[in-house]
Design a protein around this ligand. Sequence first.
Ligand SMILES: [Zn+2]
Length: 256
Amino acid sequence: MRSVKFLADGALGSRGAALHEDYSDEPGQRGLLLLSPEELEVRARAFMARGFQVCIHAIGDRANTLVVDVLLQGAERTGTQALRHRVEHAQILRLEDIRRLGAAGLVASVQPTHATSDMPWAQTRLGRERLKGAYAWRTLKDAGAHLALGSDFPIENPDVLAGLYAARTRQDAKGWPEGGWYPEERLSAAEALEGFTVGPAWASFEEARRGRLKPGLDADFVALSEDPLEGPASALVDARVLATVVAGAEVFRADG
Ligand SMILES: [Zn+2]
């Protein structure tokens, strides 16, 4: 075991995500931190000093400011910048925190389907201004963050095809909203695929074994009914897995 995960705050749906300012739909409510800043700092630094990769769940912009502070200062004091410390979810950030996270090359471990699950009501909770740094995959990547895409199973469906589709379109399976929700934050087909393969392998120190199809690496792959790079994003909605190979052994083949 080389990694540890802390939770800095709660979730947006329950208004538990820690915000700098009040929730737009509940004056007086700013969510909550699950640990005091001092406690989080002490605990994170203790794990860093023992060689652990520290991953901290941060949804709200207040939590993300704290987590970026804790990871940057902790890594600096313990000399562990090479441990690939991670911000889990990195969901709602002030733009200056996105810049700091990216400049330090921290891992932003984000889940594309969170955006498409939350988009019907996220603006009611947060207002337009705060959404500029929310689910901001393009901005995070351009700032220098290492993107590791995932599903957040069991909160969301673990289907990677749904994640690839959400990352490229920021739409639901029916194509709503037209053009995508804050479409400037979409990822390209190659970036989305890389985010679900190379990105997580790097974020878990497995890039020498996994994440690419290359001689000498584990042969972990699927055969899909659609081309996830050249085909249109809309084809991913009905795409199917035809075969699954784990470490070179076929473990699944679709009927027919
Ligand atoms: Zn989490």
